[in-house]
Design a protein around this ligand. Structure first.
Ligand code: NAD
Length: 329
């Protein structure tokens, strides 16, 4: 028979899963979160900690093992040829030092690329012979929604590249703060419900069935990943980002190559301070191993690559930001 403690743990795990599923639905399906991301991350952290401590309760259908949410009805489904994964999170300096230690133990000397973590939603874009042919949301990582027509309304998304290349890229579609404020002002005047933040507004907009409505939302995009980079002859992430520039994509200029984890930490520090001055929201910094050979060696779990990690900015800030938004509408 189980003792009381074990029963309690099992119950706590079940409760956490149920709570997280509810928040996932609100966030991914309704685009209407009822708790802050930091609170959500804390629940997920607790669940993962318990699952780690009590592996007998680990299940493949746990929200800790899954990416995003199911694609919505109303859009054609797109099967991702290479899954669109999530990123594992770091909240403290110690988490980053552990990550660095694990990476170096596995692959030896390493270079990282640090990038701003844009708070929008991940999209995948396919180009054939230089022409944009399909764009999709991440969905559950395996199957996304075909939002090609909606993505075409984003002015910075090239419909034709500068070279006749067949390429699949990934990036973050987002709503600049200014567009978000304008949109919420308009909604307030019309007595419509307000969006909680630019991220949810961007997600809600891209899933509008009428591209004219999407066009009025003034979204933007940063492209940060080439899916078939090795096929195209590149050996590192930084090299492929440079190629994205050459093709005419909008990439984020704040990226930086770092040789040591201390350099990574100063990059984080610097952007933590400058965060508020950006015209768009970022919720952290993404750190990626640069060399593809090393990325391959490190591999991935079902949910996230082992060669990258997302440092999330601390909670207080997120709360302040939410308050700011409430005051400004
Ligand atoms: P994530 O946001 O932690 O990280 C992965 C994502 O980062 C990628 O899919 C991509 O969209 C994005 N990204 C931005 N810039 C990037 C860059 N330069 N390079 C690579 N990727 C970049 O993971 P997730 O699975 O997208 O979302 C989970 C997070 O969503 C949670 O940690 C939480 O913050 C939030 N969430 C909140 C609620 C809520 O109720 N408040 C519910 C569900 C999820």
């Amino acid at each position: 028979m189980k003792n009381v403690t074990q029963h309690d743990v099992e119950k706590q795990i079940a409760e956490l899963r149920q709570q997280i599923e509810k928040y996932n639905y609100e966030y991914y399906v309704l685009d209407k979160p009822s708790i802050s991301d930091a609170e959500y991350d804390e629940l997920m952290r607790k669940l993962m900690e318990l699952e780690e401590q009590y592996p007998q309760y680990k299940t493949t259908d746990s929200p800790s093992q899954r990416v995003g949410g199911a694609p919505l009805e109303g859009f054609a489904k797109v099967l991702h040829r290479v899954p669109m994964l999530s990123l594992s999170n770091a909240f403290h300096e110690g988490d980053l030092r552990d990550f660095d230690r694990r990476v170096r133990q596995e692959v030896g000397d390493v270079r990282y690329v640090c990038e701003l973590k844009i708070d929008g939603l991940a999209v995948s874009l396919r180009y054939e012979n230089g022409y944009f042919v399909q764009g999709a949301t991440r969905g559950d990582g395996t199957t996304g929604e075909d939002i090609t027509e909606n993505l075409k309304t984003i002015r910075s998304l090239p419909l034709r590249l500068r070279k006749q290349v067949t390429i699949e890229v990934r990036g973050e579609a987002y709503m600049p703060r200014q567009s978000f404020e304008k949109l919420n002002e308009k909604r307030k005047m019309n007595g419509e419900e307000l969006f909680a933040n630019p991220r949810n507004a961007a997600a809600g907009s891209l899933r509008q069935l009428d591209p004219k409505v999407v066009a009025s939302r003034q979204l933007d995009i940063f492209v940060y990943h080439v899916v078939n980079a090795e096929e195209l002859g590149f050996v590192s992430h930084s090299e492929s980002l440079h190629y994205l520039d050459e093709l005419g994509f909008k990439t984020n200029p704040a990226r930086q190559v770092c040789e040591t984890i201390d350099d990574v930490l100063s990059y984080i520090e610097q952007w933590h301070e400058r965060r508020a001055s950006l015209p768009y929201d970022i919720d952290g910094i993404v750190i990626k191993v640069d060399a593809f050979a090393q990325q391959k060696q490190l591999g991935a779990t079902a949910k996230s690559p082992r060669w990258a990690i997302a440092y999330k900015f601390p909670a207080e800030e997120v709360v302040t930001q939410l308050v700011d938004i409430e005051l400004s509408v």
